[in-house]
Design a protein around this ligand. Structure first.
Ligand code: NAD
Ligand code: ZN
Length: 357
């Protein structure tokens, strides 16, 4: 048995208003006059938060376009632009949802590793530490703030740069930053966390480490989406910790069927992670009966729209592509269904599932 020896985030600060400490946190990590680069989710352009970014000297704020999930070409062009302009930088700070945080991790790594980020899509291919990197979530749920991966769409695949160099050196968890997120988006991203918990807690890879975090994260999701009526500051506090704990849970286990199937959707149709997981999970009664029942209750109670019929009008070829991508996620299927997963989830069965979405 070879136990995973996993690298965690360096420093964590949590609390309402913790963002105000950013200047002080960055200061000892500045290297001479090399700038800090703030990659800020484009949602915040012209918003009040930008005035609070502690940019000084040659520091630069770049508003990142997260209309589509991060691509290797985008990461490469950001890293190239920074190298051309500054040579070297003191650090990269990602402020936003999972997309902006993933961009920050990837750009940090590409400041020091040669070639294209596409060369590093896989496990432990990154050979050099990146520059100092900080993650500051403004949406809660993905767990990208704690994970050792950064999910990128490359020329041939959608796969993370999974490595010990990928986790942030620092994260700033300030629930105030999530206050203005639209209800639907907040739900889709929040459900990413809920689904991480269900997939981790019912999986064959489960151990006490994952279980401890997963159960707590699940309780927090339930407090927010099942027990409460309406949204308040306390909901943001709880969901931010749920995301963190959910991320810690899957760090030592794995996700499952919803993620494996939703990767196919995102590869073919560009469906975003959170909403894609919701579309799929809604149809997974067979695999997660209790979780799906509760999910449907939360959707109804919180008055959320889950898109339907997104696979209508797809060709034979399209279905085959999605099935290939999905079946390629072997550890996810093995976690969900056990060692004999290939005899349980056949192409035909998966096709029937995609047709329902
Ligand atoms: P996102 O980052 O893609 O953002 C979704 C939308 O919300 C965007 O339009 C964004 O501009 C907007 N937004 C962000 N913060 C907001 C705020 N406070 N108020 C209003 N709007 C706001 O969404 P996400 O669900 O957080 O992240 C999904 C991404 O995370 C995907 O790219 C996925 O691949 C990645 N991901 C990564 C990991 C990992 O471990 N690295 C895990 C899961 C998902
Ligand atoms: Zn997820």
């Amino acid at each position: 048995m070879n136990f995973r020896n996993f690298k965690m985030v360096g420093y964590v600060v949590y609390g309402r208003g913790a963002f105000n400490q950013l200047d002080e946190i960055l200061e000892p990590n500045r290297k001479g006059t090399a700038p800090m680069i703030f990659l800020v989710d484009h949602f915040f352009e012209n918003k009040e938060l930008v005035n609070r970014v502690p940019a000084k000297g040659k520091d630069k704020i770049i508003f990142v376009d997260v209309t589509y999930e991060p691509k290797t070409t985008y990461v490469d062009s950001l890293a190239r632009q920074l190298k051309d302009e500054f040579g070297t930088v003191s650090g990269i700070i990602g402020i936003g949802g999972g997309s902006a945080m993933d961009l920050a991790k990837a750009v940090s790594l590409m400041m020091t590793n040669p070639g294209s980020s596409a060369d590093y899509q896989g496990w432990d291919l990154v050979k050099q530490a990146g520059v100092y990197k900080v993650g500051i979530p403004t949406l809660s749920g993905t767990g990208a703030e704690v994970s050792r991966t950064t999910v990128l769409t490359g020329p041939t695949r959608k796969l993370g740069m999974n490595s010990d160099f990928t986790p942030f050196d620092q994260i700033v968890l300030d629930p105030e930053l999530c206050a203005n997120a639209p209800a639907n988006q907040r739900f889709y991203t929040g459900m990413d966390c809920y689904i991480h918990c269900i997939e981790s807690l019912t999986g064959t890879y489960l151990n006490e480490f994952s279980k401890s975090y997963g159960e707590k994260a699940l309780d927090l999701c339930r407090e927010v989406y099942v027990n409460k009526n309406g949204w308040d500051a306390d909901s943001d506090d709880k969901l931010m910790m749920a995301s963190y704990a959910g991320g810690m849970s899957i760090a030592y286990s794995q996700v499952g069927v919803a993620h494996a199937v939703s990767y196919g959707l995102s590869f073919l149709l560009g469906t975003k992670h959170g909403i894609g997981n919701c579309i799929v999970f809604d149809k997974l009664e067979e695999y997660y009966p209790e979780g799906v029942k509760e999910f449907k209750y939360m959707v109804e109670k919180n008055n959320i729209d889950i898109p339907k019929n997104i696979c209508a009008n797809l060709s034979e070829d399209d279905f085959n592509k999605m099935i290939d991508v999905s079946l390629g996620m072997k550890p996810l299927w093995e976690n969900a269904l056990g060692k004999n997963w290939e005899s349980i989830i056949t192409r035909g069965k998966l096709r029937a599932l995609y047709e329902q979405l």
